[in-house]
Design a protein around this ligand. Structure first.
Ligand code: PGA
Length: 250
């Protein structure tokens, strides 16, 4: 029922020229794909180029962050209107790197998600525990708190504009993927939490992506799990051949 999504998160990689070269290679490689939605999150500076390159294809373009205010004296920040003007239709919010290195919290995630939705973007909202929390047996509790405090006060109508990405921080960029069982277990917990806050139907409709060292050789096993609706791919999304292989996980 839920349409799968494969999303690439380029982080702080790729100039505009590199973005064009990526799409020149990716688009022919995924021409016949229609089993999933495809999203590429480029840096702000390459958004317009990415939108242009992806025009008329199945690929949607995402930003990686947005400010929660509409505009104002916030040097170095980018507003939702600026992002939407490029033709970009998604933004990632609350990625663990934003939480770890740039002080983002459940509170800023909540504000940013609301602003993104009000501005017409779909939000890919990230949650996930750090290694010490998993080792201490607190992973579920931490992620449930992130869901409740960051995403639990949206209206039910808003819920259809968000996609959740569960990204255990210990699996990001480490080559240490969560096993499909570990990932699926947390996805079920996340869905259960949304069912408690909203209702079963709303939770069932929600798409929950897994992120953390997703590669062409582990994507199929992850996608076989019922509660895993797709992937947010970092490192392996930078190379068009490996990203195409992940998109063609079937
Ligand atoms: P990774 O990154 O695939 O390189 O582990 C995932 C992410 O941070 O979104």
């Amino acid at each position: 029922m839920r349409r799968p999504i494969i999303a690439g998160n380029w982080k702080m990689f790729k100039t505009r020229a590199e973005t064009s070269a990526f799409f020149d290679a990716l688009i022919p490689a995924i021409q016949n794909v229609d089993h999933c939605d495809i999203v590429v999150a480029s840096p702000f500076t390459a958004l317009a180029t990415a939108v242009e390159e992806a025009e008329g294809t199945r690929v949607a373009i995402s930003a990686q962050n947005v400010h929660w205010e509409k505009e104002g004296a916030f040097t170095g920040e980018v507003s939702v209107r600026m992002i939407a003007e490029t033709g970009c239709t998604y933004t990632i919010i609350g990625h663990s790197e934003r939480r770890q290195y740039f002080g983002e919290t459940d509170e800023t995630v909540e504000k940013k998600v609301q602003t993104a939705i009000n501005g017409g973007l779909k939000a890919i909202a990230c949650v996930g525990e750090v290694l010490a929390e998993r080792d201490a047996g607190q992973a579920v509790e931490v992620v449930r708190r992130q869901v409740r405090q960051g995403l639990g006060r949206l209206t039910q109508a808003n819920l259809s504009h968000i996609i959740i990405a569960y990204e255990p921080v210990w699996a990001i960029g480490t080559g240490r993927t969560a096993t499909p069982d570990i990932a699926a277990e947390m996805h079920a917990e996340i869905r259960k939490t949304f069912a408690e806050i909203y209702n079963a139907a709303a939770a069932d409709a929600l798409r929950i992506l897994y992120g953390g060292s997703v590669k062409p050789d582990n994507i199929s096993a992850l996608m076989k799990k019922e509660d895993i609706d797709g992937a947010l791919v970092g490192g392996a999304s930078l190379d068009p051949a490996s990203f195409a292989a992940i998109i063609k996980y079937l």
